[in-house]
Design a protein around this ligand. Structure first.
Ligand SMILES: [Zn+2]
Ligand SMILES: [Zn+2]
Length: 160
């Protein structure tokens, strides 16, 4: 992620914290910086380990969770619900994309489709100003369907 994007989101966070009379703690900025270094989606657990590896800040899972709620409110983070798991991704300068979710292993793959983007951008939304949207396509990934086919073959073989 380019440095100017990080500067911009830092400024958005500063304005948000000031406007809402929240404290400007270094932890909040460190978490924001880490999130904007991640490509794609993450859950709290993954973020916790990335923060731990960086070793700059010892932040609890509760702090991470509370900060993420704050960042969602500041329009800096998007929350996704993929099946049973809550995942997050950065919101600013993250081009709208779609998500394919495997119902078997839960793997999430991002999908860019310009025609869909255009169709949604061209839609006339009555008395409504859009910020972002999500499209989830549920199905079975290649790896899982291959594993399933193999398993079926084995069962057939045993029955003979
Ligand atoms: Zn799968
Ligand atoms: Zn995504």
């Amino acid at each position: 992620m380019e440095e100017n994007v990080k500067d911009t989101v830092k400024q958005i966070l500063t304005d948000y914290l000031q406007a809402n009379k929240h404290r400007k703690t270094p932890e909040r900025y460190a978490i924001l910086d880490t999130i904007y270094s991640i490509n794609g989606h993450f859950d709290i657990e993954a973020l916790y380990h990335i923060m731990e590896d960086k070793g700059q800040f010892r932040v609890s899972r509760a702090t991470l969770y509370n900060t993420i709620i704050l960042l969602i409110d500041a329009n800096l983070v998007i929350k996704h619900q993929f099946g049973n798991s809550s995942q997050f991704e950065r919101a600013y300068n993250n081009e709208n994309h779609h998500h394919m979710i495997c119902m078997q292993c839960g793997k999430v793959t991002e999908l860019q489709n310009d025609e869909l983007l255009k169709a949604i951008n061209d839609s006339k939304l009555n008395k409504f100003h859009p910020y972002h949207y999500s499209l989830y396509i549920y199905g079975i990934c290649n790896k899982c369907s291959l594993a399933k086919r193999r398993k079926n073959k084995q069962i057939n073989y045993r029955e003979k």
